[in-house]
Design a binder for this molecule. Structure first.
Ligand code: PEP
Ligand code: MN
Length: 350
């Protein structure tokens, strides 16, 4: 790190700050210039350094502290320059194939879920999404079917050979949800629930970590670092839109973050254009844009009757629109040297 001293610093300030750097394991090298004096702090352990930055900034003789290394290590691109591929029961996320994850916002009934699963499987998508535990802004709105919803998801996954992606909100339910799901989703509201993140480090299931709606890219990567540091490196990042001054869409889908995060981290990154836009007509165009800019997959809300969906109907696609979108995504995928799996024949219940 580099500690920049205020112009009016004294010799005793310099001595004190050098001693502070030594205390936290850094070797101090002062450079006394005509206008500025800086101290280079070399080496040191991550653990001590993080807190020392704030302590040094609080010193009256310090103008600024600049940190050269990234605050995350395990999820940084340098740790795995070739990238991470996550194998979810034979379906790989982060490889050549674009992952399509689709399904309703929330599991509402057996009929709703099975009908949706069938369509999703027919398009060649390999992942079914659906919430059994729903975070809601209002305490009075629907909070999901709970275990019953998890059981329906598992049954739909088995029937249609789909891998299940579902949200876990509560540290006490991590093991339970992991019994039913292939991938555990952490919602935008929980990206900074650090106890939950630590718990996810201890299970053997891939984690889909959504970006907090007010989280900077660095905070998002540090949230992933929590999970990796606790022992689970199977993490898929998901950009789902951030809150900005714009109210014409539900969120502002930050597609800048996709190529940026690809540079900064080795983890696969997918995009959620449903929550990112809040408008079903924008989901197709933004899914295409996501694949074009390097996303490893998309997660899309699809419902048999969006206008009657309990949650997020206005951003949920009809079956027809979702089915017609898939070949459009295939064309974008091949333009960027990726592939999309082909439609499959499934045993139909229609
Ligand atoms: C969801 O996927 O339905 C959801 C609640 O997402 P987010 O946490 O991104 O709002
Ligand atoms: Mn939703």
């Amino acid at each position: 790190m580099i500690v920049v001293l205020r112009p009016e610093y004294t010799q005793s300030d310099l001595k004190r700050i050098m001693a502070h750097l030594q205390e936290v394991g850094l070797t101090p090298n002062p450079i006394i210039g005509e206008e500025k004096t800086i101290i280079l702090g070399i080496g040191g352990s991550e653990h001590l350094k993080v807190d020392a930055i704030d302590q040094l900034r609080a010193d009256d003789a310090v103008e600024d502290v600049l940190v050269i290394t990234k605050p995350y290590k395990l999820v940084a691109r340098e740790a795995k320059p070739n990238g991470t591929q996550i194998d979810v029961r034979g379906a790989v996320i982060g490889g050549e194939e674009i992952a399509i994850i689709a399904g309703p916002c929330t599991v509402e009934s057996e009929t709703q879920l099975m009908l949706t699963a069938e369509i999703v499987a027919e398009t060649g998508a390999k992942f079914l999404r659906g919430g059994a535990y729903k975070p809601s802004t209002s305490p009075y709105s629907f909070h999901g079917m709970g275990v019953e919803g998890l059981a329906l998801l598992k049954a739909a996954g088995q029937k249609y050979d789909l891998r299940i992606v579902t949200e876990v909100m509560d540290i006490r339910k991590v093991e339970l949800v992991a019994e039913y799901a292939d991938v555990l989703q952490i919602g935008t509201r929980n990206m900074q629930n650090y106890d939950l993140l630590r718990e996810l480090g201890m299970i053997r299931r891939p984690i889909l970590l959504k970006r907090g709606f007010a989280a900077k890219v660095e905070e998002w990567l540090l949230a992933a670092e929590y999970i990796a540091n606790a022992g689970n490196d199977q993490i898929i990042l998901c950009e789902r839109g951030i809150r900005t001054f714009e109210t014409a869409t539900r969120n502002t889908l930050d597609l800048n973050a996709i190529p940026l995060v690809k540079q900064l981290s080795h983890l696969p990154v997918i995009v959620d254009p449903s929550h990112g836009t809040g408008k079903r007509d924008l989901v197709g165009p933004m899914s295409k844009a996501a694949i074009a800019c390097g996303a490893d997959g998309v997660i899309i809300e699809v419902h048999p009757n969006p206008d009657h969906a309990i949650k997020d109907g206005s951003q949920s696609m009809t079956f027809e629109r979702f089915q017609s979108l898939i070949p459009e995504l295939g064309r974008i995928a091949s333009a960027v040297d990726r592939i999309l799996s082909s439609p499959v024949a499934v045993k139909t219940s229609r």
